[in-house]
Design a binder for this molecule. Structure first.
Ligand SMILES: C[S@@+](CC[C@H](N)C(=O)[O-])C[C@H]1O[C@@H](n2cnc3c(N)ncnc32)[C@H](O)[C@@H]1O
Length: 234
C-alpha cells in the first residue's frame, strides 16, 4: 500500500506496489491504451490544458502529451506518478485536490472512478471536476458499459501487452454496490484486483452530476461510456 490510505473493499495481489484502490503499478505500466486518448482528443481544441484525475502510470497521459495537450496528472499513488512522463504530476486524493485558482479547458475523470461505492468520495470527485474546470470548459467522464455488472464472467485479450484480462465476478454486497473481482494474466506474472463498484443508471448518474453542479451535454461514444459534461452556470 502507498501511504496510510486504504480504500475499503479494494485489494490487489501480484508483484510490486499496489495502490490503495487495489491497482498494481507494474500492471498499469504494461497494459496497452485503448481508444481513450482518441475519444478525449475528439472533444478538445488543439493544445488544450487537461487535468487528468486518477492518471495511474500514464497509460492515457502519455498519448495525450504526444498529441500536444498540456496535461496535469493527478494520482494518490506516488509509485504510479513516478512512471508519468511529460506531464506535471500531482500527488493527491482526487476528492481533496485543490490547485487554487487554476482552471483547465478539460477535466478527465476516467477509469470508471465515478462508480465508487462511497457516496462522499463520488461527491468529492465530481466537485473536484467542477472546481477545476474553466467556465467554458468540459468535464469528460468515463462510465461503465451497460452490461458491466451482468456479463460475468468475461474475458478479453490485450495482445500488445500479452495479457488476458478476466472479470471473474460481480457480486452484490448491499446498498446497490457490487464487489468486482478481476485478474490479469501474463506469461510471467499474474495480478488480481478486487474493488467495489456502484451500478449507475443514466438517471442516477445525471442526478449525481446535477448535485455537483454539472450538466451532461452529450455522449462521446455510441455506447454512452464517455460523457461530456459542462459546469451548470445557470
Ligand atoms: C484503474 S487505475 C487506472 C489508471 C489510468 N487512468 C489508466 O487508465 O491507466 C486507477 C488509478 O486511479 C487512482 N485513484 C483511484 N481513486 C483515486 C482517488 N480517489 N484519488 C486519487 N487517485 C485515485 C489509483 O491510484 C490508480 O492509479
Amino acid at each position: 500500500m502507498s501511504g496510510q490510505l486504504v480504500r475499503e473493499g479494494h485489494t490487489g495481489t501480484g508483484p510490486g506496489s499496489i495502490t490503495p484502490d487495489g491497482c498494481a503499478v507494474e500492471l498499469y505500466a504494461r497494459l496497452s491504451v485503448g481508444d481513450e486518448p482518441d475519444v478525449i482528443a475528439s472533444a478538445l481544441p488543439s493544445g488544450a490544458s487537461v487535468l487528468e484525475l486518477g492518471c495511474g502510470a500514464g497509460r492515457v497521459t502519455h498519448p495525450l502529451v504526444e498529441r500536444g495537450f498540456t496535461v496535469t496528472a493527478v494520482d494518490e499513488s506516488p509509485q504510479m506518478l513516478e512512471r508519468v512522463r511529460g506531464a506535471r504530476a500531482v500527488l493527491s486524493p482526487i476528492e481533496g485536490l485543490d490547485l487554487g485558482e487554476e482552471r483547465f479547458d478539460a477535466v478527465v475523470l476516467g477509469s470508471f472512478l465515478v462508480h465508487t461505492s462511497d457516496h462522499r468520495v463520488r461527491e468529492g470527485l465530481l466537485r473536484t471536476c467542477v472546481r477545476h474546470v474553466k467556465e467554458d470548459g468540459v468535464v469528460l467522464i468515463q462510465r461503465e458499459g451497460a452490461d458491466y455488472h451482468s456479463d460475468v464472467p468475461r474475458e478479453r485479450e490485450d495482445p500488445a501487452a500479452g495479457c488476458v484480462i478476466r472479470i471473474l465476478s460481480a457480486d452484490p454486497v448491499g446498498d446497490g454496490v457490487d464487489e468486482v473481482r478481476a485478474e490479469y494474466v501474463f506469461e510471467d506474472a499474474r495480478w488480481t484486483q478486487t474493488f467495489r463498484s456502484r451500478e449507475l443508471s443514466a438517471e442516477r448518474f445525471e442526478a449525481y452530476l446535477a448535485e455537483a453542479g454539472l450538466v451532461a451535454d452529450r455522449s462521446l461514444t455510441p455506447d454512452g461510456v464517455w460523457v461530456l459534461a459542462r459546469p451548470d452556470r445557470s
